[in-house]
Write a protein that binds this ligand. Structure first.
Ligand SMILES: [Cu+2]
Length: 161
């Protein structure tokens, strides 16, 4: 290995390390100020996708004992996750993004087929019936304290609700 090759390898290693290091401080900050909100997530499921399908959908019911904002959802199987709502425009059902949906105390956020849902954008692979995908939801309570929930979301066959 000559010097030029060594330099290139070093650059590649450094860029890899920089990527993980950038995410770490934010995680530390989040765990430092935990919220006492009690969040109950039920009926979480995703729909299976066909090969090369770029998007997927996840559904669940989120309940909280105190006011809460869903600030972010992430998963390792998609580049981005958005919360979408359905609305009718000129007779056609369309989706629009709902940024930071809010829950009032004792209220439920129902994400279900035909209504609000989590849209997985830029799927990195096919979602197969019977497997589970992991997701992380980040919430913020009324005092701006953060709470994160890790979920294992079962993938259901296409056509099943
Ligand atoms: Cu959508």
């Amino acid at each position: 290995m000559n010097i030029a090759t060594v330099a290139i390898v070093a650059v590649l290693l450094c860029s890899g390390v920089a990527g993980t290091a950038a995410a770490a401080p934010a995680a530390d900050k989040r765990t430092a100020i935990p919220s006492s909100a009690r969040i109950d997530i039920t009926d979480a499921h995703a729909h299976a996708t066909v090969p090369a399908q770029p998007v997927g959908a996840v559904y669940m019911t989120i309940a909280s004992d105190s006011p809460l904002t869903l600030v972010q959802a992430t998963t390792d199987v998609a580049k981005d996750v958005q919360i979408h709502d359905m609305h009718k425009h000129a007779g056609v059902m369309r989706m629009r993004e709902i940024k930071r949906p809010q829950l009032k105390s004792g209220e439920k956020l129902v994400l279900a087929p035909g209504g609000m849902h989590m849209m997985l954008l830029g799927l990195t692979r096919q979602l197969k019936a019977g497997e589970t995908i992991s997701m992380t939801l980040r919430f913020e309570d009324k005092d701006k304290k953060q709470i994160a929930k890790n979920l294992n979301v079962p993938v259901q066959p296409l056509g099943k609700k």
